[in-house]
Ligand binder design. Structure first.
Ligand code: HDL
Ligand code: ZN
Length: 422
């Protein structure tokens, strides 16, 4: 049994590499993605054309191109990808995070980018069957398992669940309920169609049926949590159907199943509908509804992420007030190196290791490779500085302690939070 490696103020040499290696070698649970187990067929997006037509790149393409939206959307996906490749990668340097990400993924998946040939890249991806592809990406990104975003209202996905889903240990399910909470009036018919005795007016009998719907799907999916994305003006004291459904249906079912309720707050949907998935934006939200929910429901567990940079400090302070609140990720427009570093540094300074620093939000399988490579590098850098600060006090750090901390950050905190009974 070798002696544990201990770092002190005097013997910090090697600390940097030790942290880098531990962060790289620690498998991660990716707690929020739009990936799917292969059994969901076409829902699992993969390959170069899906990477190039990722909505982040579509938005950036229209910064340069005069193509009309209608023309672009009428093109087949390969033609859209060709146009994006030419505009963002050949006619301009691909230095944005989304463009750089495509290149990081290709590089780490073994493609030679010195003289890139898009047709050749397409041919090589076409040779990968889905199982081979999942293994290739999960190994390259060192992902232990990915948490999906599952929509019981999706016409492709729902039949897979209804037919009886054989659990795939690499993919966990989450019950995503945006349509139910954000447009009850417009979507309650879907529960009626599914045999639940609900109607627009949320009477107590209706609430019982909404709980039954949620409970049926949490159990059918073995959902790790329930999730919703919410607009910047989300409040709990507006007498809305959403507030009523959260308090009367979602939280009781979450507590009965001992699963968290995840709120992703600050998205303004369709500010430019012509961009489709790329047309969403953000706004700064009030912390009041989160404070109210965490304080009023101490036996419920809340996972939260905000979309606006301006909300991040207050969110971290709020997490200091409530042990039933777990902050996660640098979501969407925050998933850029400058903001990931700022947020991770600030969160560790306020919350120590009691956070989930990142999720990939990957929509295309291959993106997980770059999203984790880029974030691991930043998490290593921040930890290096924070541990160095500790050594300056005369404290010592062992590699076992670093490994313990990193395992918590890259999945341990998530799984412990799921098991906690408050
Ligand atoms: O609502 C969400 O889960 C967001 O992550 C959206 O899916 C968004 O389009 C996205 O993919 N962000 O990365
Ligand atoms: Zn997402």
């Amino acid at each position: 049994m070798s002696e544990p490696v201990v770092y002190t103020r005097e013997t910090a040499v090697g600390l940097r590499n030790a942290i880098k290696q531990i962060v790289e070698r620690t498998p991660v649970t990716d707690i929020h993605t739009h990936l799917y187990a292969p059994v969901f067929g076409p829902l699992l997006l993969r390959g170069i054309d899906e990477m190039l037509t990722y909505h982040y790149l579509v938005a950036e393409y229209f910064r340069y191109a005069d193509t009309s939206y209608e023309t672009f959307w009428a093109w087949p996906k390969t033609q859209q990808a060709d146009a994006i490749w030419k505009t963002l990668f050949l006619d301009n340097s691909p230095i944005s995070e989304a463009c750089r990400g495509v290149l990081t993924a290709l590089n780490l998946l073994g493609f030679d980018l010195a003289s890139p040939d898009l047709a050749q890249i397409r041919r090589e991806f076409a040779r990968l069957d889905v199982e081979e592809h999942v293994k290739l990406v999960f190994d390259a990104a060192n992902i232990k398992s990915a948490v999906m975003t599952n929509d019981p209202f999706d016409d492709v996905e729902c039949p897979v669940w209804k037919a009886g889903y054989t659990p795939d240990s690499r993919f966990h399910a989450v019950l995503r309920i945006d349509p139910l909470l954000n447009d009850w009036e417009g979507n309650c018919h879907r529960l009626q169609d599914a045999g639940y005795n609900v109607y627009q007016r949320l009477t107590s009998r209706c609430i019982v049926e909404v709980r039954r719907f949620l409970d049926d799907w949490v159990k059918r999916m073995n959902a790790l949590y329930m999730a919703v994305s919410l607009p910047p003006d989300f409040v709990m004291d507006d007498g809305s159907a959403r507030a009523c459904l959260i308090e009367e249906a979602v939280l009781p079912v979450a507590q009965a199943n001992n699963i968290p309720f995840a709120m992703m707050i600050g998205v303004t949907r369709n500010v430019n509908p012509a961009l489709k998935l790329a047309g969403d934006s953000l706004g700064t939200a009030s912390l009041a509804p989160l404070e109210y929910l965490c304080a009023t429901y101490p036996k419920n567990k809340f996972m939260v992420t905000y979309l606006a940079r301006e909300n991040q400090h207050a969110a971290a302070v709020t997490a200091r007030k409530f042990r039933n609140l777990l902050l996660f990720g640098c979501w969407w427009f925050l998933n850029n190196p400058s903001l990931i570093e700022e947020m991770t540094r600030m969160r560790i300074e306020l919350l120590g290791t009691s956070i989930i620093p990142q999720h990939s939000d990957a929509r295309v399988l291959d993106q997980a490779v770059y999203k984790w490579a880029h974030s691991r590098e930043i998490i290593s850098r921040v930890l290096r500085h924070k541990y160095a600060d500790l050594l300056e006090t005369g404290w010592t750090i062992t590699e076992d302690a670093i490994r313990r901390d990193v395992e918590k950050l890259l999945g341990g905190n998530f799984w412990s939070f799921l098991q906690r009974e408050l």
